[in-house]
Write a new protein. Structure first.
Length: 306
């Protein structure tokens, strides 16, 4: 057995059992991938993959158990590499962060600027997507950490650390009638066309639930995962908007006004997501602490080791 065989098996699964795509991803040849997998199966005396002719279609039951072991082995190998880098160059390396457009555009700029001042030799990469895509990025080791409102489903492989909280706000044009009210209800919001987040945005579930509890059906004219797009169409008077409070800046958004909606939808917590077993470089702890001062190395390790 060797690491190449393990990589080939894992990548074949990641590429939906397409050996040609697996070979491309690993910069090798398809026959080489196929041969290595067959040799591993022969050594273990079991079939890892279900085959139809020359094509593989899925994992056998023992293949599923082998894949779990391979994932653990490969994660440990990556951890060993990171430990070596930690001691050879503690302030040099790469940090890939998966997050949503709203977090990348509004919550992270000041934090990233400060981080780059502290760690000028660390190359930062930002990957954007909806919450489901972000979760998969972490599971597939495409990102070191993720920053999202919540993970879509419980997983023993993902560690979720509460970071900071925010609320939803209603945004309207400067002369909108809602600005004359002392307090706004969901029923009053339902009287206007609504522009808000797409269903793939995790917080949308909370919005829909509150309307449903009051037996109200809002007239949604536009859905998107991009807060800037919501504000653009509210400025065009297509409707009122509901966005995260971190996405509104009164100095920048001069043609709009915001109205707190915390009494309608409560507060929401953004979280740092880390894959269980991941080895974190020192500068990753520093980045997380910039997100929230209470998240020091000792506190983070306590959560990761529980």
């Amino acid at each position: 057995m060797n690491l190449h065989q393990f990589r080939f098996v894992r990548e074949a699964v990641r590429q939906n059992f397409n050996l040609t795509e697996a070979a491309k991803a690993l910069y090798t040849s398809q026959p080489g991938v196929s041969k290595a997998i067959i040799e591993l199966e022969e050594e273990l005396s079991i079939d890892i993959f279900i085959r139809h002719g020359k094509r593989i279609r899925g994992l056998t039951k023992p293949g599923q158990a082998i894949l779990r072991s391979i994932e653990i082995i490969m994660q440990e190998i990556e951890g060993l590499k990171k430990i070596g880098k930690e001691f050879s160059a503690y302030d040099t390396g790469n940090l890939t962060i998966a997050t949503t457009h709203t977090q990348a555009r509004y919550a992270l700029p000041k934090i990233i600027k400060e981080f780059t001042i502290q760690f000028p030799k660390v190359k930062l990469s930002l990957l954007q997507g909806n919450p489901k895509q972000i979760t998969e990025m972490i599971r597939n080791d495409q990102a070191d950490i993720a920053i999202v409102t919540e993970i879509l489903s419980p997983s023993d492989k993902l560690i979720s650390i509460p970071c900071y909280q925010w609320e939803y706000v209603i945004i309207v044009p400067l002369d909108h009638p809602l600005l004359l009210l002392n307090s706004i209800s969901l029923k009053e919001i339902s009287n206007y066309p609504l522009i808000t987040y797409d269903l793939s945005f995790s917080g949308r579930i909370k919005l829909d639930r509150e309307f449903s509890l009051q037996k109200l059906t809002p007239y949604i004219v536009l859905e998107t995962i991009n807060s800037d797009i919501i504000k653009t169409y509210v400025e065009l008077r297509m409707g009122i908007g509901i966005i995260a409070s971190i996405a509104f800046d009164s100095n920048r958004d001069k043609n709009l006004r915001s109205i707190s909606a915390s009494h309608l939808f409560g507060t929401t917590i953004s979280r740092v997501i880390i894959k269980q077993g991941t080895y974190l470089r020192s500068y990753v702890y520093s980045f997380i602490k910039l997100l929230s001062p209470k998240l020091n190395r000792k506190f983070i390790n306590k959560i990761l080791n529980n």
